[in-house]
Write a protein that binds this ligand. Structure first.
Ligand SMILES: Cc1cc2nc3c(=O)[nH]c(=O)nc-3n(C[C@H](O)[C@H](O)[C@H](O)COP(=O)(O)O)c2cc1C
Length: 150
């Protein structure tokens, strides 16, 4: 199975830690959307989109990459780190809905945040993603590929 994860991780590398944990255990190609603007994705069986959350959205480079390169009817999943540790995939999925993807699910966790006034108090979510967050992300990925093989 050919899998890639397109990601942007510009604040503290929180999201990069998550996708690298997955790529460290499974054969997954990582594509940094802040550097790579175009890529032919037609041969990939599954495509992940991973991002830190900035003003409640995925990084603009991930949004741009998806709208330029995502073929129709692909299996997609999302990974997010944010201060709130919530699921912010809805907005992203809205931007790719015209590609009619098969959405497989999302993994999200807290990420260390020092944006704006939070810096003054030492930031929030210090130490995250931690080992437990990373283990859970790998388990999320395992489940995806196991379900796909069934
Ligand atoms: C400019 C900026 C805006 C942010 N906006 C939000 C937000 O709207 N909601 C949230 O939960 N976290 C927000 N955060 C926190 C980041 O999503 C969090 O630190 C994330 O883990 C960063 O991921 P990265 O290190 O992979 O870039 C923001 C951080 C920055 C720098």
């Amino acid at each position: 199975m050919k899998v890639c994860i397109v990601y942007a991780s510009t604040h503290h590398g929180n999201t990069r830690k998550v996708v690298e944990a997955i790529a460290g255990e499974y054969e997954v190609e990582l594509i940094d959307a802040t550097e790579v603007k175009e890529r032919d994705l037609k041969d990939y069986d599954m495509i992940g989109f991973a991002s830190g959350i900035y003003a409640a959205q995925f990084h603009q480079s991930v949004l741009n990459f998806a709208s330029v390169n995502l073929p129709r009817s692909k299996k997609v999943f999302c990974i997010m780190t944010s201060a709130m540790g919530k699921d912010f995939s809805k907005g992203f999925l809205k931007t790719i809905e015209n590609r009619e993807p098969e959405y497989l699910g999302s993994y999200y966790c807290t990420g260390y945040n020092t944006f704006g006034p939070f810096k003054l108090v030492g930031g929030t979510g210090k130490g995250h993603p931690d080992e437990t967050d990373l283990r859970k992300a790998v388990r999320f990925y395992e489940k995806l590929i196991r379900t796909d093989e069934e």
